[in-house]
Each structure stands twice: as structure tokens, then as C-alpha cells.
Design a protein. Structure first.
Length: 474
């Protein structure tokens, strides 16, 4: 395994169980009692116990794979007069010699699975072959799935006269090496991944973000040309009107219509470009990757003009294609202008996820006024002292008509990978609402879902902050 370098083992499958605090303490206490019983039954000598302790301490103290191999081989030599060779699984079939406590000359550099390299301890002549096992809880983090959860093998000698309890000790000793090695492999792979991500971020900035900025220049040039087209069209229309012939006038009108259509197409494309650029630059900020989490860039924004309406415009055509009507009578946005401190790019993507889901899952209903159709609404409401005295909150929501979701817990819909039972006919990854939750919680807010008389309401609540509030708190 071009095994790059360490996790703490979990106990069985307990990593997948959910404990209360009391149950967790009780479980760990029971495992300690079991380990005490195990060590009583092992009856290891003081020298053997010290060997395990030395392995643990030096493995933490010394860095580097080769140094770790040296520690693993020299402890048996110094304490028990045993030489050893370490083989590491390079792929599913091949073991490569990684270290030897003697001269490597004349030794086989590779081995394959055979009667000595197997999934169990094997005595062959004066040699003892003990498989190096990984932690099965984390085997999926390795470069490939190791057969039988084995990542290598340690060969020790001379072992032809070792009593059984010594073999048991050596097997336990090698088991600890296996887990330590597995953890080092994962650490090395994580370092490689982090280095790759850092390099990728630089490449994204150079090859995506910077070139994308040039589109702004191209759009400005195109806008000037469209303005010139309108001026020229007016001149042509004037000349054709002076001509007085119906064909000339008709051709002039067609030219004017074409100019208007080109400008409308330009505006639509430019609007999508602005949104896409904002999303790209927001999601691919270097600080996200450097800090390993979303990092907010908060400014005061006009909520309706800067966030909601651009997303409505983006999804307007798709709403029409699905026969969905925007109906603020369902409990829509109040008329007042709201300015709010937020990360505009990330909150815009929250609304994009809500509107995208509305397109997929809005159902036809009959309203109380007798109208039948598919309807979507959005709105907000300020709650005084929601976050404490003098600290208001603002609830923002998107509502779409349809049947209620079958949920035991309303927050389940915001879990990663969650998809309701009634959405199988629509494509999706189950990531959108989880992203919403991450962004909102980064803003110190909270998310929620409920079914109201008007349909399915997805909402989030944020601290109602304005720039004056932030300046006072500094």
C-alpha cells in the first residue's frame, strides 16, 4: 500500500450507536472492567507489559514511517532477542518489504498471499508470521479495501521454541502495531488531501475566479454595443418612416423588435452571470478551505432587493414552466424595506435552495377563495427580544402549496442525505437543506419546517442585526 501516516480505535460498532452521557460513562466503565479481566487472563510478564508501554510511548514520540518501523522491530530484539521483518500490503495481492531488523540483502522484496502470509498467525519452521490488522471501523479510509482487514504482516524469528503464552503476547503486540500503523496511514492521507485542497484552491483562483471576472468586461462591451444598436435602430426607423413605403416601415419595426429582444436576452444572461459569479466566489473563498469550514463575510444588505428578488428572477421562468404562481396573499412579505447584516452570497443560496425545492415539490391545491393552482409565497417577520432583551430576531420563510411531509422530527429534513418518502419522482441529493442549515447556524440562527394552512413552510430565524448594532458592540 503506498500507505501514506494514526485514529484511536472504536469499540466494535459502538461508533454507530447513540449514547446518553450516563450510558456513555457506563459503557466505558464496563469496557475497562472487561480489559482488566482480559489482562488478568493474559498473565503477561512485567517485561511484556513494559514492551507494550514502550511501543505506545515511542510511537507517540518519534515521527516518520521508517522510524516507527524501527521501533516496532527493535523492541522485540532488545527485550526478547527476536529479529523481525515488516511487510506492508501494497495492493490487494502484494506485500512489500518495508523494514528489517537485519540486513535486507538476499530477502524477497515482495510476497503474495500464501500459507505463511494469511489471515491468521502461522508458525513455519522457526518463523512466526503475524498479520497486521487495521481498525475495521476506518478501513474505508484506506487507498483500497484490505482483504480480511489486513494491511501487512510481521515475520519474527527464531520462534520455534516459544511457549504459547509468548505467542499470544506477540500477537497482541502486533495488533497494537497494526492499529498504530493504520492511524499513521490515515494521517498521511489526510495531509495529502489537505495539500491537494490547498493547491486546488490556488488553481481555482487562477483558472476559474480570475477568468470569470473578465466576463464582466465582455458584458460591459456588449452592453455598449446594444446601446449603439438602439441608437442606430432609431436612426434607421426615422429614415424608413421618411421613405414612406410599407416594406421599409415593416423592416424597421422588425429591426427594433430584434434590438429589444437582444437586450432582453442580454439582461437575462447577465442576471444569471451575476448570480453564478456570486455563488462561485462565495463557495470557493480561499478562507473556507484554509479554515476547513464556511467563513462568513457579513455586510448590511437590502433583503428584498439584494437577496430575494434576484433569486425569484432567476427561477421565474422555471416557475412559469411548472405552472407555479407567486402569491403573497398566502402570508407574504411585508411592505417595509429590511436591511440586515448577513453574508449575502450564502443567504442567497439559502433562498435558491428553497425556491429550487418549491419548483420540484409544489402541488396543486384549491385556496379558500376558490382559486385552484400551484402557489409559492415568501415573507418575513420581526420578533422583538427573540434573542434576549434588546436583541430581536427575524423569521424568513418560503411556503409552497402541497401535502405535508411525513416526518417524526421536523428537523430531519435538514439532515444530510435526507429525502422524504413522497419525493422519489424528483431528482435530488438530500444536500440542499443540510447546506441551508449549515449556513443559517453559522449566522447564529436556526432552521425549521412546518405545515400550515397554506402549505409546506421552510423557514430560518436570524439575529436582526444592522451595521449600527455591530458598531455599538465593538
Amino acid at each position: 500500500m503506498n500507505i501514506p501516516e494514526d485514529p484511536m480505535p472504536t469499540c466494535g460498532t459502538t461508533g454507530h450507536l447513540i449514547f446518553t452521557d450516563a450510558e456513555r460513562l457506563e459503557y466505558v466503565a464496563s469496557r475497562i472492567e472487561e480489559k482488566l479481566d482480559d489482562y488478568e487472563s493474559y498473565d503477561f510478564s512485567m517485561r511484556q507489559v513494559r514492551a507494550l508501554n514502550i511501543l505506545f510511548e515511542l510511537a507517540q514520540e518519534l515521527r516518520g514511517r521508517d522510524m516507527f518501523y524501527a521501533v516496532c522491530m527493535v523492541i522485540p530484539r532488545v527485550l526478547f532477542k527476536l529479529e523481525s521483518n515488516i511487510y506492508i500490503l501494497e495492493d490487494e495481492e502484494t506485500f512489500a518489504l518495508a523494514g528489517s531488523s537485519t540486513d535486507k540483502k538476499g530477502m524477497e522484496s515482495t510476497r503474495i498471499w500464501d500459507h505463511e502470509f494469511s489471515d491468521r498467525l502461522v508458525v513455519s519452521g522457526d518463523r512466526l508470521f503475524i498479520p497486521l490488522r487495521c481498525n475495521p471501523e476506518y478501513s474505508d479510509l484506506l487507498p483500497f479495501k484490505p482483504p480480511h482487514d489486513i494491511i501487512g504482516c510481521i515475520e519474527m524469528y527464531p520462534c520455534d521454541h516459544l511457549p504459547g503464552h509468548v505467542q499470544l503476547f506477540l500477537e497482541k503486540y502486533v495488533n497494537r502495531i497494526g492499529y498504530q500503523l493504520h492511524h499513521r496511514i490515515i494521517r498521511a492521507r489526510n495531509r495529502e488531501h489537505i495539500q491537494f485542497i490547498k493547491s486546488l484552491v490556488q488553481d481555482i483562483g487562477h483558472n476559474v475566479i480570475v477568468p470569470n471576472m473578465y466576463f464582466k468586461l465582455y458584458f460591459n462591451r456588449l452592453k455598449r454595443q446594444i446601446e449603439e444598436l438602439h441608437i442606430t435602430t432609431e436612426k434607421v426607423l426615422t429614415l424608413m418612416a421618411g421613405c414612406g413605403q410599407d416594406e421599409c416601415i415593416q423592416a424597421g419595426n422588425q429591426l427594433a423588435q430584434t434590438a429589444v429582444s437582444i437586450e432582453a436576452q442580454y439582461q437575462e444572461i447577465y442576471s444569471h452571470y451575476e448570480t453564478t459569479s456570486m455563488f462561485l466566489e462565495t463557495l470557493l473563498r480561499r478562507r473556507h478551505f484554509e479554515e476547513g469550514r464556511y467563513v462568513l463575510e457579513k455586510h448590511e444588505v437590502n433583503l428584498r432587493v439584494g437577496v430575494v428578488e434576484p433569486q425569484l428572477e432567476r427561477y421565474h421562468q422555471r416557475f412559469e414552466e411548472r405552472g407555479i404562481e407567486l402569491n403573497l396573499a398566502l402570508g407574504g412579505a411585508p411592505d417595509q424595506m429590511i436591511r440586515l447584516v448577513m453574508d449575502r452570497g450564502l443567504i442567497s443560496q439559502v433562498y435558491a435552495n428553497f425556491f429550487s425545492n418549491a419548483i420540484k415539490y409544489t402541488e396543486e391545491v384549491t385556496l379558500t377563495d376558490g382559486r385552484t393552482g400551484k402557489f409559492v409565497s415568501y415573507g418575513w417577520q420581526i420578533f422583538k427580544d427573540y434573542y434576549g432583551v434588546g436583541h430581536p430576531g427575524i423569521k424568513l420563510w418560503v411556503t409552497s402549496t402541497g401535502s405535508p411531509l411525513d416526518l417524526k422530527d421536523p428537523l430531519n429534513v435538514f439532515k444530510p442525505g435526507f429525502r422524504a418518502d413522497n419525493v422519489a419522482c424528483e431528482s435530488g441529493t438530500g444536500r440542499g437543506l443540510y447546506f441551508v442549515r449549515q449556513v443559517v447556524e453559522l449566522h447564529n440562527g436556526q432552521v425549521g419546517y412546518c405545515h400550515t394552512d397554506n402549505g409546506n413552510e421552510f423557514y430560518f430565524i436570524l439575529p436582526f442585526e444592522q451595521e449600527g448594532d455591530l458598531l455599538e458592540n465593538r
